[in-house]
Ligand binder design. Structure first.
Ligand code: GLU
Length: 381
């Protein structure tokens, strides 16, 4: 991508609305998708990690099954999604392959992102896909998600994915080029807003209530997505995808609204970890591991000398050095029973002990925050 506007972000989630990808009559808009893949490849060449939340399963399934226009019952939508998702994922795979980029499909429900263990598992998979240079292609698992456990709209799903993976930018591509003070097709005085420094009650009011929402994924869910994203340190752009090369267009100055992040991604997560009042357990580590943590590395099982307390994977633990001082806090990659079994073990021996492949770290460095060291004699704040 020629412009630097997006290249200074390091991890971007791009959400694509159904209408951009699927034409009710002719099916998948492959030429448009190929131009978007060009843009994604350009971003990756600039060193940006890219994740895609792609809608369109239901719309594509409808065209394949020749379902007439009109509202669908839940099971009809689910069947359409089952058919359409195959085509959608296949199209992404082929389109990215032209750039030697591998795609990996992830289907999520609300439950998967709200329940901590599932959240951590999904995040570990996403991280691994990024690590191997693949582009995760994410959608809601519409075929199994019933009303209580579904997002229903991919705007909020994309925001959750962005916060889950610590993205610093979320781009919502749809048929709207940004946020207006009122719906522009209804109000001739509607003003375009290029920058939204904070989502105030006035901004929320502009997005309208449920009654004015024409479809799911209207401006209301976009502003809700903005609240989720910006609150976790991820900026959000709303831009039109109705042109070829929509990402390049943004970088080159095409009209878009940007919602500024209210904090940085790392500090938001780390603040949350550091702010846990009662760690569920304690992990004791040796001097070598303590030095590694200070250098910014993850905590490996090999450096663990003892484990206190009863905790689950994903719970906050205090990390204590040989002198008994708390030097860090983090989210445990293992539950306490597993942690005790593998304490002191090299990564290569862990699979034999647990009976399944080891995770890379006892506490991953992204989930770890060093404690502020109190100096002796320093005054209390
Ligand atoms: N998950 C739905 C689909 O793939 C789209 C939901 C949305 O458009 O927000 O058809």
């Amino acid at each position: 991508m020629s412009g630097r506007v997006m290249a200074h972000y390091r991890r971007i989630v791009i959400k694509i609305g159904s209408a951009l990808l699927v034409d009710g009559k002719t099916g998948l808009k492959r030429a448009w998708l190929d131009r978007l893949s060009d843009d994604i490849a350009a971003l990756k060449r600039d060193g940006v990690e890219v994740l895609v939340v792609s809608s369109g399963a239901i719309a594509l399934g409808r065209t394949v099954l020749k379902v007439p226009a009109g509202a669908l019952k839940l099971e009809e939508a689910q069947a359409a999604a089952a058919v359409g998702q195959i085509g959608l994922a296949g199209a992404w795979t082929e389109s990215l392959k032209a750039h030697d980029i591998v795609a990996g499909q992830i289907l999520l429900t609300l439950q998967n992102t709200e329940e901590r263990r599932q959240y951590l598992n999904a995040r570990a998979t996403l991280r691994q896909l990024l690590k191997v240079g693949a582009v995760p292609i994410i959608n809601e698992n519409d075929t199994i998600a019933t009303s209580e456990i579904r997002y229903g709209d991919n705007d909020r799903l994309a925001a959750r994915v962005a916060t889950m993976i610590g993205a610093d930018l979320l781009v919502l591509l749809s048929d709207i080029d940004g946020l207006y003070t009122a719906p522009p097709h209804l109000d001739p005085n509607a003003r375009f807003l290029a920058e939204i420094p904070a989502i105030t009650p006035e901004i929320e009011a502009m997005a309208g209530g449920a009654a004015s929402e024409l479809s799911r994924g209207g401006m209301r869910t976009k502003v809700e997505a903005g609240k989720i994203a910006t609150g976790s340190g991820c900026a959000m752009i709303i831009a039109s995808g109705k042109i070829d090369h929509p990402l390049r267009a943004i970088a080159e100055g095409a009209r878009h609204s940007i919602f500024h992040a209210s904090s940085t991604p790392v500090s938001a997560r780390k603040t949350w970890i550091a702010g846990q009042l009662l760690p569920a357990g304690t992990i004791h580590i040796d001097d070598g591991a303590a030095a590694a943590l200070k250098r910014g590395n993850s905590l490996l099982a090999a450096g663990v000398t003892g484990v206190d307390g009863h905790f689950s994977r994903g719970d906050t633990v205090a990390i204590v050095n040989q002198q008994g001082g708390e030097i860090a806090r983090g989210l445990s990659g293992y539950d306490s029973d597993e942690a005790r079994m593998i304490a002191g073990q090299k990564s290569t021996g862990i699979e034999a002990i647990l009976g399944y492949p080891a995770r890379a770290a006892m506490v991953h460095r992204d989930d770890l925050v060093m404690s502020v060291q109190k100096r002796e004699g320093s005054a209390h704040a």
